[in-house]
Design a protein around this ligand. Structure first.
Ligand code: SF4
Length: 744
């Protein structure tokens, strides 16, 4: 505890020195971005340095003279780039100068395009050896913007992917030089970045992702076709991608913060939130000796071969203030800023606040003491609520949840006195904001769950509704109970619309659900099992079973054939079997131990691949893989689809099968899912709502039950369609061919 306070105190002083005091007493730079040349053998979409002819470049002696200046006396880190730095024959001499500098620096490294494999390898090894001799840490970063031709397209160089991968593998596996890749995202590779991340994870490579920015020193102001020119759907896709990179790839907080910032700028309309080291203590030196405050927007401050660097740097501070005022807010360049004292403190306080307010045990206690005066209304359309809050798992919504939300909102708006304001509480607002846009839900106020705004809205509304989804064993049930307690206190109408109950076994959450049910004025549940449980376990008398609200959305589209008939689905109209698969997670593995689960999962995936190919072959259909969920939280089906697609492609090549396989890279809307199902010859449905969609749309389908006789089986039983069902266990055991052949 004492050490933690000491650490925070030190951080507070540091931040004050860097961010406040430096406005009056500017700091000397600790970081130097050293551009050793201004020529390049690449042909990148986002950089036109390659159009330059070689001209003046500082010599190692000149560089030594520049770095001798007092401006560089605090320098700790020098990052070397260009142009392409390895095109300089005297690169090792440059590193000799960097490492010999007094006072000594701690860290240096190089970024290369890895085009001329043997030259790059030699140069990097030579530079690494010099750094080692001087006891200065060294790293190499290799540009890698995608897999195969995706990379070559962005870089404008055939076979560059091969040389980049070879060198990455070489440095990563055969040397002890810290090695990473750097991916710059343009319009060309935006949809392919997930595949690069999959690849990096599968082979244990580390890398960073950045969005291409307009940067003065790259002469790229006219490259508007490629830089930051994404349509809305691609922006959302990138928002999802940077969330995944932040939570499922990057381990260091400083870079996670950068990814969070990029996401905020791309999809939440935010300005740059993270500051930038080039605003206070970093500087750029070009190969001509020109000094800049930063690469993207700084004017040239002057030439260090003619004027003292210190003078140039400190006499132009007003220009840096001008950049900060004019450009930084919109600059997405990935310069990283460590977590500040203010951020650490506010995150700790916020965490404490939430733990205090949203503790399930405390909330259950509070709820149990409330006397609920139930309002007995059977006709919801007669309600006259002016402000309605929808709570639930929004922010992590699947395609099915989006359809449910559509129905909940449609029902509210079709009242004779529709609400004037509808709020949607969302665990991840950027996801729900997209849902509102994608589903054309109109004027909906998305509020962040657990925020102070959420609490304010809970106090103001006259109706709260849990719109669909299961009431199950997860901690975020706390916000629903919180909203229901507020509703009970303010006499607002509280109701449950079309939810399921379970999986619910933990005594802690059973108590929470019990209180939610007790504080409800009106309850409809989406299946008989949930209703029976409610009646038995929660002593409820007034509850009715309704069809899943998502069905209403499907029926509405089905009744408007113009949305289906002539539309081309995302993967095209070619004759296909469309698959709506999901990863089988431990949560659904019942009583299996870890080893049994792993073994069954592995067998299931192998057999599933064979099953899909079997169908494709038997009916001469292409294979289309589509996601019912595209967000990392809740399991992005696109990750599983890519994995299955790789396995299918592998078998197709190995065995010479005819069907080709394709998968969706972008997020797919509920309407696009329905269009895909409508035009498919057959649908293989695994996610629950894909089964419901196919059944309601009345198209041919096979359902895979991964829930061990849970909601999918119950649904098909009700519909009298159990013959469509095949269990995951039967597939894993290879007992599917007979049944599938019968269904085809
Ligand atoms: S323009 Fe960008 S790189 Fe330059 S100081 Fe501002 S945020 Fe940093």
């Amino acid at each position: 505890m004492f050490n933690e306070i000491k650490r925070l105190g030190k951080l507070a002083i540091q931040d004050f020195r860097t961010k406040q005091l430096s406005k009056i007493f500017p700091l000397k730079p600790t970081v130097l971005n050293l551009l050793v040349n201004d020529v390049c053998n690449s042909r990148c979409q986002m950089c036109l340095i390659w159009k330059n002819k070689k001209e003046q470049e500082f010599s190692p002696d000149e560089l030594a003279h520049i770095l001798d200046d007092d401006l560089f006396s605090d320098l700790k880190y020098v990052g070397v780039s260009g142009g392409e730095p390895t095109l300089r024959n005297d690169l090792p001499e440059i590193f000799e100068v960097i490492c010999s500098k007094k006072p000594r620096i701690q860290y240096t490294g190089i970024i290369t395009n890895a085009i001329i494999e043997d030259v790059v390898k030699k140069r990097v090894l030579d530079c690494a050896a010099i750094c080692k001799a001087h006891n200065v840490k060294f790293y190499v970063m290799i540009s890698l913007d995608g897999l195969e031709e995706v990379h070559d397209t962005v870089r404008g160089r055939k076979n560059n992917f091969d040389s980049a991968i070879k060198l990455l593998n070489y440095f990563h596996k055969e040397t002890n030089i810290p090695t990473s890749f750097g991916c710059t995202i343009t319009n060309s590779n935006a949809l392919y970045v997930d595949e690069l991340l999959d690849y990096a994870k599968s082979v244990g490579l580390y890398g960073r992702f950045r969005v291409a920015e307009f940067i003065n020193r790259l002469y790229n102001e006219e490259q508007t076709e490629f830089i930051k020119n994404f349509d809305n759907k691609t922006l959302y896709h990138l928002g999802l991608f940077f969330f995944r990179a932040e939570h499922h790839f990057e381990k260091r907080k400083i870079y996670q913060k950068t990814y969070r910032n990029i996401r905020g700028m791309l999809v939440e309309g935010k300005t740059r939130q993270i500051g930038c080291p080039y605003q206070t203590k970093s500087v750029v030196l070009t190969s001509r000796g020109d000094l800049l405050y930063c690469s993207p927007k700084s004017p040239i401050l002057g030439n260090t071969l003619q004027y003292a660097p210190r003078k140039l740097y400190f006499s132009n501070i007003a220009k840096r203030q001008e950049i900060i005022k004019k450009d930084c807010d919109n600059c997405i360049h990935d310069y990283h800023e460590p977590i500040t004292f203010k951020e650490q403190l506010s995150s700790a306080l916020e965490c404490r606040r939430k733990n205090k307010i949203y503790n399930c045990a405390v909330l259950t206690e509070i709820a149990s003491k409330l006397v609920k005066q139930k309002r007995s209304t059977t006709d919801l359309s007669s309600l006259r609520s002016k402000k309605v809050l929808i709570v639930g798992w929004y922010g992590t919504e699947t395609v099915g949840d989006k359809a449910i939300l559509w129905t909940v909102i449609k029902n509210l708006r079709s009242r004779s006195n529709p609400p004037k304001q509808i709020y949607l509480s969302s665990l991840y607002p950027f996801v729900s904001l997209w849902t509102v846009k994608e589903m054309e839900l109109g004027d909906i106020d998305v509020v962040e769950t657990y925020s102070k705004e959420f609490e304010k809205v809970c106090n103001e509304v006259d109706e709260v509704v849990i719109g669909g989804g299961p009431l199950m064993d997860i901690e975020p049930l706390n916000h629903i109970l919180y909203a229901f307690i507020r509703a009970a206190k303010s006499k607002a109408f509280a109701r449950v619309e079309g939810c399921g109950i379970g999986p619910l076994v933990s005594p802690r959450y059973v108590k929470v659900v019990n209180q939610i049910i007790r504080l409800s004025d009106h309850i409809t549940l989406r299946d008989r099992v949930s209703t029976e449980r409610c009646i038995k376990e929660f002593s409820l008398s007034q509850v009715s079973t309704v069809s899943d609200p998502a069905a209403d959305y499907v029926l509405s589209i089905k009744n408007q054939p113009e949305f289906l008939q002539d539309k081309v689905p995302p993967l095209g109209k070619v004759r296909n079997v469309s698959c709506f698969l999901r990863k089988w997670t431990r949560k659904y593995s019942g009583n299996l131990n870890k080893a049994e689960y792993q073994s069954m999962k592995c067998n299931f995936e192998k057999q599933l691949t064979k099953l899909v190919i079997f169908i494709g072959q038997s009916k001469e259909l292409d294979i289309h893989l589509l996601p019912m969920h595209t967000f990392h939280v809740g399991g992005d089906d696109r990750v599983f689809n890519r994995d299955i697609a790789r396995q299918i492609s592998h078998l197709i090549v190995e065995q010479g099968f005819k069907p080709s396989v394709d998968f969706a890279r972008e997020p797919i809307s509920p309407l696009e899912i329905l269009q895909s199902m409508y035009h498919a010859e057959l649908n293989i449905c695994m996610r629950f709502h894909s089964v419901l969609f196919a059944e309601t749309l009345d198209v041919p389908y096979i359902a895979i039950d991964y829930t061990g006789g849970g909601k999918i089986k119950a649904f098909l039983e009700r519909k009298g369609k159990l013959d469509r069902l095949i269990s995951l266990q039967d597939i894993a055991a290879g007992k599917w061919e007979h049944k599938i052949a019968r269904l085809l």
